[in-house]
Design a protein around this ligand. Structure first.
Ligand code: B12
Length: 446
């Protein structure tokens, strides 16, 4: 039996098919790893290769984040028109299964673990159900089969392995999809299993390439301090160069920072989100205090850890001054990379319910839900000001002068952060060049 798994391209996305974001998609590797061996599995990721809609398969599985879901539906319609069964999964369709079922035969809601084998058995019996969901809470993360990275050989992704050690998050920030998708508790994978997965990774080849590059996809690598310490201690011998995500709270824990350094951490993405305490209070992220941000960044830099600071524009306390303040901040703080998004109300999030209730959604075209478009009516500025301000902030923060000011003398791993900034700069310039005049109210419902 032949299973074709597809990751569609979100063509309008800032982080779409651009070279610098040719990152492997872990979700489909996990689905592939849960597939019994009598299936012949292949994966097509439109980010790095084109999809032949005439391919033959017994079953097609499609994933999609919100900005890629229209394309996912197009693909699903096409395969179904040739009589093939299509199952969809992933964050977006898990929130809106009825929308997805207009385009596919079946939806797996939430995590594939403990559902996928049943769906495949039902398919073989010709008894595919419309919906598969977890009836008894979230699945345990123990005894996962390891992803088989050979499925991605030859796809010319950037050289980095993605590894997951936890799922879930208790913070439930208003704009984030993680709590409503993976639950409000951190679930940790057994450290033995993560270590084994790392042991079995094949180093990347080639000149100027990090051989042992790993990105931990966890939303917060230090979510459970005991688990984090055990994990970091265990991975020290593997000479990784790893990056991951953490909350500002990591700066309070020197022991963990020391372990991060020893285990090869070169950078962390930190969600600062906003410089406004009012915004942070609204979103429920009160452990972030803008007055301490510079100290947090300095502390990480002292351990040689680069900081990618993530900021979101368009919250209810943001007026047009937010852009200059943020540009000034990222330069002063010597952030290694800054990552800006326009607030985007993803289905399932608190901000989505709020915007719907307040009648503030102005664009219903999912392909614009990519964090570089304005799909809602901001409170303190016109949507076009938010749109232009976002592009202005990107342009100013990735000028050559700003890059050098940010990176000069901050103590982090330059062989990684200079190329990353120059790459990001190219993507930014391309995004700005291709940006259309802002329009709104023209998006259609899917
Ligand atoms: C790594 C990552 C990225 C990377 C790599 C993306 C990639 N190619 O993998 C980069 C940086 C490129 C990226 C980009 C973006 N990302 Co991102 N990303 C993540 C992150 C941190 C981890 C993803 C991951 O590997 N998860 C672990 C895997 C195992 O989970 P999974 O993919 O959900 O898969 C499981 C299930 O969903 C299900 N499943 C998934 N697909 C399918 C398909 C089938 C057939 C079946 C049966 C089951 C199934 O089974 C899997 C195993 O249980 C998540 C947060 C998170 N915790 O998930 C955000 C997240 C997925 N990203 C998000 C967003 C918004 C984006 C962007 C749109 C915007 C942005 N500014 O970041 C862009 C868009 C990219 C694009 N394609 O256009 C949102 C998605 C919200 C939504 N409604 O779609 C998330 C949840 C972040 C958040 N905090 O809200 N991202």
């Amino acid at each position: 039996m032949k299973l074709l798994l597809i990751s569609p391209l979100a063509s309008k996305s800032f982080l779409g098919g651009d070279f610098y974001f040719r990152l492997p998609y872990l979700g489909l590797l996990k689905v592939a790893s849960l597939t019994p061996p009598d299936w012949d599995v292949s994966i097509v990721d439109e980010k790095v290769e084109s999809l032949d809609l005439k391919l033959e398969a017994d079953l097609v599985g499609i994933t999609a984040m919100t900005p890629a879901v229209n394309r996912a539906y197009e693909i699903a319609d096409s395969f179904r028109s040739r009589g093939m069964k299509v199952i969809m999964g992933g964050m977006h369709v898990s929130k809106l299964p009825d929308e997805a079922l207009k385009h596919c035969d079946s939806v797996v809601i939430g995590e594939a673990e403990q559902l996928w084998d049943t769906a495949l058995e039902d398919f073989k019996k010709g008894e595919l159900k419309r919906i598969y969901r977890h009836e008894n809470g979230f699945p345990s993360l123990a005894n996962f089969p390891a992803p088989d990275w050979r499925l991605y050989e030859g796809k010319r992704y950037l050289p980095v392995h993605f590894i997951e050690t936890t799922r879930g998050c208790p913070h439930n920030c208003e704009f984030c999809s993680v709590t409503n998708s993976f639950g409000g508790k951190f679930r940790n994978r057994p450290v033995d299993e993560v270590e084994k997965e790392i042991q079995n990774l094949k180093p990347f080849e080639g000149m100027f390439v990090l051989k042992n590059g790993v990105f931990f996809v966890d939303d917060n690598i230090i979510s459970n301090r005991v688990h984090a310490k055990e994990l970091l201690n265990r991975i020290i011998p593997y000479n990784l160069k790893w990056t991951g995500q953490a909350s500002v709270n990591i700066a309070k824990n020197d022991e963990i920072l020391e372990l991060c350094k020893k285990s090869g951490c070169i950078g962390l993405i930190v969600g600062f989100e906003s410089l406004s305490q009012g915004n942070l209070a609204n979103m429920g992220k009160t452990f972030n205090t803008p007055d301490n941000y510079i100290d947090v960044i300095k502390k990480l830099h002292d351990y040689g850890i680069g900081v990618t600071g993530a900021f979101v524009f368009g919250f209810d306390h943001d007026d047009e001054s937010v852009f200059d303040r943020t540009i000034e901040f990222v330069i002063k703080a010597k952030l290694d990379v800054c990552y800006f998004s326009i607030l985007t109300p993803y289905p399932g999030t608190r901000v989505y319910s709020q915007m719907l209730q307040e009648g503030r959604i102005i664009d219903h075209d999912w392909s614009n839900y990519n964090t570089n478009n304005v799909v809602f009516m901001p409170k303190l500025m016109k949507p076009e000001k938010l749109f232009d301000g976002f592009h202005y902030a990107l342009k100013e923060s990735f000028s050559y002068t700003a890059i050098f000011k940010r990176l000069w003398g901050n103590g982090t791993y330059k062989n990684f952060f200079y190329p990353m900034n120059f790459g990001f700069r190219q993507t930014v310039r391309k995004t700005i060049k291709n940006k259309q005049d802002f329009y709104y109210g023209q998006g259609s419902d899917s």
